[in-house]
Design a protein. Structure first.
Length: 133
């Protein structure tokens, strides 16, 4: 299989992933109480980060969600770099691959730093804390 065919396959798969995820987000916003929405996104379609309004257990849950998403992006980032035969990573990499790399670096950093921040608040928050309304 030629390098050009591999790159076309990678571009197709990335586009399909983006389109599928976008459609899932649209469907989740229309049917927020469906079982698959909670399984895929959690109640709030992502972790919460409004620290002032979170109880200790909510902080712990959100911190683990952030860390999980950051870890998932880290795995994707490592796969992108370690599998150059499929992604085209290396000298002369296509712009799409470089853009994907930068997006994964940003998302990985946001997930890991956000998760550690919320986990620090989780450790410091009193179990008796009542969030303001």
């Amino acid at each position: 299989v030629s390098q050009e065919n591999r790159m076309n396959l990678v571009h197709f798969l990335c586009t399909a992933l983006i389109v599928t995820y976008s459609l899932l987000l649209v469907l989740a916003s229309r049917y927020p109480n469906a079982r698959w929405v909670y399984w895929l996104f959690g109640y709030s379609i992502g972790p919460r980060c409004d620290v002032k309004y979170l109880t200790k257990s909510q902080l712990g849950s959100s911190s683990w969600r952030f860390l999980a998403w950051g870890g998932l992006c880290l795995v994707a980032l490592v796969a992108l770099v370690k599998l150059p035969q499929f992604t085209g990573w290396g000298p002369g990499a296509p712009a799409f691959t470089v853009l994907l790399f930068l997006v994964l670096v940003i998302l990985c950093g946001m997930g890991l730093v956000g998760g550690l921040y919320l986990f620090a608040w989780y450790l410091l928050r009193s179990p008796k804390y009542v969030p303001p309304i």
